[in-house]
Ligand binder design. Structure first.
Ligand code: MG
Length: 508
């Protein structure tokens, strides 16, 4: 029998090699994804194929928003001088229009912490306002900070509130009106193209030129994957930015359009996934052609369109398509829910997060051990409390106890009491060290909010959404260059607490 059984592999050498070696360039897997099953890969453009230098983009968006707030919405000129903390806002926060508070939610949609301006709202006030129940994010009261594109709005909101608070003056309008005016102002700057015109005029300043992007797309295309671009941006902007990134990047691909089998601009996501908008073919100048779209022509550009038509014309459906985007809702959640597409989320700030996690490895591992110690102390205290109560019951029930027996029980009870006191003191000390260390570690991620993906002991709302809806996630599209186009991305085996706590130590 032993000769026929499968030989046991020595895993130590295998586990030592995991491509790529730089953790900031890895693709991380929530759910198994076999790329050999993927026939087409779709890409969003802004903050996905195209990554921006965040600070200049924020400053530009804020300057344009302030122009509109002052010129069109009657806000005072002094707003231009408001001091802003550009590191204040992180992705995944929620703005409460009613109060002007900015909140971080945990995975259960419970508000974990919040700020008014740059001042933390007290725990009492937070609990009085939001309680400990989940808040309804479908309510118009709350605005989500879902993408890097939406960070400047909240940066400005917090800065303006802080400005008036410090001067002990009321806001020019209510927090709700301020919120709406900021959103309208930035929308106006987008619609009249003043914002995009400045980006196009100085692409080097705003767009990160990633030398690995063209080879990545080429590698996927050469492996037989159909590639498509599905962006909400208009033709002129898409053309300008993609030319800058891809034209001439590889000798055999003259134009950026050579990389894609289908190019869709003004895609109107999330409506693209839900409504029957028609495809319209555009000419070289971006003007609509008056002809029905019955097939996709090579190197052509289309406007609008919808999910069903795209799948019909590409002769592909559901889980043979991978969509790569940066917007948890309109790119990832809807493509998964409406189309059953497989999903990859691009999280630009993941690189900094990973670097910091590595830098904080020692305190994070100490935190884990403290957490385990606290749970064991809790268990031990509870055991000793139960023992004390049992001894008391024995004494009450047994009237005929002899003096030596009573002595033994009394001594044991006293010893147990002392043990409980000792362990309670240890627990207090452990919890205090945990809290101090946790605050220290959190500050290294973000002074106000801590880790983007976590809220204290739990996942944050954002962390939960990444885990729930993104099959894989990574910091940029070009990280796929380090993997085979037929890579089988395998998720780590997940454990329930009763499995994790009872696992034998790992062996090779
Ligand atoms: Mg995008």
């Amino acid at each position: 029998m032993s000769d026929e059984s499968t030989p046991v592999l020595d895993l130590s050498a295998l586990l030592d090699t995991s491509p790529p070696s730089d953790p900031t360039r890895r693709v991380y897997t929530n759910r198994n994804l076999d790329m050999s099953e993927i026939k087409a890969i779709g890409f969003d453009m802004d903050y996905t194929l195209v990554q921006y230098h965040q600070r200049p983009m924020d400053e530009l968006a804020i300057r344009k928003t302030l122009d509109k707030l002052i010129e069109s919405h009657g806000y005072p000129e002094e707003l231009r001088g408001v001091a802003l903390d550009h590191d204040f806002i992180i992705r995944g926060l929620v703005v409460d229009k009613q109060t002007g508070h900015i909140c971080k939610l945990d995975q259960d949609r419970v508000v974990g912490r919040c700020y008014h301006g740059y001042q933390a709202v007290s725990d009492e006030e937070r609990r009085a306002l939001y309680g400990t129940k989940p808040i309804s994010l479908s309510s118009s009261r709350f605005i989500r900070v879902d993408t890097l594109f939406s960070l400047p709005e909240s940066t400005l909101m917090a800065g303006i509130i802080e400005h008036y608070k410090r001067q002990r003056l009321p806001l020019p309008k209510s927090p709700g009106e301020l919120c709406i005016d900021i959103r309208q102002s930035i929308d106006e700057a987008h619609c009249d193209n003043t914002l995009k015109a400045e980006i196009i005029a100085d692409l080097d300043r705003y767009v990160i030129k990633d030398p690995d992007l063209a080879p990545t797309l080429h590698k996927l295309k050469s492996a037989g994957k159909k590639l498509f671009l599905l962006t909400n941006s208009e033709h002129y902007y898409t053309d300008a930015v993609m030319r800058f990134l891809l034209d001439g990047a590889l000798p055999f691909f003259e134009s950026w359009r050579d990389y894609f089998d289908v190019v869709i601009v003004s895609g109107r996501k999330p409506s693209f996934f839900q409504d029957p908008n028609p495809f319209v073919r555009l000419d070289e100048a971006g003007q609509a052609l008056d002809e029905p779209v019955e097939s996709f022509a090579p190197r052509a550009v289309y406007r609008g369109g919808n999910l069903q038509e795209l799948e019909r014309l590409m002769r592909l459906t559901g889980d043979s398509i991978l969509y790569v985007g940066d917007h948890v809702y309109s790119d990832i959640l809807l493509s998964k829910r409406s189309a059953w597409w497989r999903t990859a989320l691009v999280i630009q700030e993941l690189e900094d997060g990973i670097r910091n996690t590595l830098a904080q490895a020692a305190p994070l591992s100490r935190l884990q051990r403290l957490d385990e110690a606290a749970r064991r102390l809790d268990d031990s205290i509870n055991y000793h409390l139960t023992l004390t109560r049992s001894l008391e019951r024995v004494q009450k029930l047994m009237f005929a106890l002899t003096s030596p027996e009573t002595h033994v029980i009394d001594t044991t009870r006293d010893k147990t009491h002392r043990e409980i006191e000792r362990k309670r003191a240890l627990l207090t000390q452990t919890l205090a060290e945990m809290e101090a260390l946790e605050m220290e570690v959190e500050r290294t991620f973000n002074t106000y909010w801590g880790q983007t993906f976590r809220e204290r002991h739990e996942l944050s709302l954002f962390g939960d959404q990444v885990e729930s809806y993104a099959d894989i996630y990574t910091s940029k599209v070009s990280n796929f260059l380090f993997y085979s186009p037929d890579q089988h991305f395998r998720a780590a085996r997940s454990f329930m607490p009763h499995e994790r706590e009872n696992l034998a130590p790992a062996e090779d």
